[in-house]
Design a protein around this ligand. Structure first.
Ligand code: MLT
Length: 244
């Protein structure tokens, strides 16, 4: 079976993702926040790439009916209801709600997955749930790391690697054909299998979050298998079963 990792969205050319299951990873923090929001009972999330598009969509849907969320330079966008800290997406805030979200890298990488047969959102928070879904569907998966403004991110690569490690372990009889990114991620995941919060603190993304006082998010995003949900992106919106 084929298994590929793309370390940046630019690598995910349409021919490579067409017809496949793509796991989008932005562990710091967009995919962690999406997992948390869905686990907290959010009805649907519309990921969009720009602030203007987010506001336009919120107005179309009815500004009072939606929560605008996301970040620029890691901080809550002016006039938005929530930022991009997973801990903000509590049941009290988001249960039953429609969210419109824009983040710097995470929502852009979801756009890069257009053309995939299926797009799911992965983080350490839902690692086993994603792996079980890949096993269940017999997918030849692509792991798409959101990276940081087009540059390699160790946090996403290690998360992909840990997922691949669990997938390979769950399917011991499968012969995998992996691209170089997948082999590198697998090696990184095995080498960095300790406390993910400590690793995150050393990454560029982690340092940037700490610089603005958001280091608590690193510990939150480092939790493994806290949530048993698989967010699915379909027709521009994310739900738990892919049918808004
Ligand atoms: C992003 O999508 O760029 C990230 O999630 C940035 C952040 O940490 O908010």
């Amino acid at each position: 079976m084929r298994l590929d990792v793309f370390m940046t969205p630019a690598e995910a050319i349409p021919a490579e993702v067409a017809g496949r299951t793509v796991v989008v990873i932005d562990v710091l923090r967009a995919s962690s926040s999406i997992v948390e929001a869905m686990a907290s009972g959010a009805r649907t999330i519309f990921p969009v790439t720009s602030i203007e598009e987010a506001i336009r969509l919120a107005n179309t849907l009815g500004r009072d009916e939606v929560l605008l969320c996301g970040e620029r330079r890691r901080l809550t966008i002016e006039g938005f209801d929530l930022g991009n800290s997973p801990g903000e997406f509590t049941p009290e805030r988001v249960a039953g709600k429609t969210l419109v979200m824009t983040t710097t890298n995470g929502t852009a990488s979801m756009a890069a997955a257009a053309g995939a047969a299926r797009v799911i959102v992965g983080a350490l928070l839902n690692l086993d749930a994603v792996v079980e879904e890949l096993v269940r569907t017999g997918a030849h998966p692509v792991f798409l790391c959101s990276a940081r403004e087009g540059r390699f991110g160790l946090d996403d690569a290690v998360t992909a690697g840990r997922m691949i490690g669990a997938l390979v372990e769950a399917l011991p009889d499968v012969e995998w054909t992996m691209n170089d990114g997948a082999r590198a991620a697998l090696a990184l995941g095995r080498a960095c299998d300790g406390d993910a919060a400590a690793l995150f603190a050393q990454t560029a993304a982690g340092r940037q979050l700490a610089d603005v006082g958001l280091e608590a998010d690193l510990a939150f995003c480092a939790q493994v298998n806290l949530r048993d949900v698989v967010p699915v992106l379909q027709d521009r919106s994310i739900t738990l079963n892919g049918s808004a």
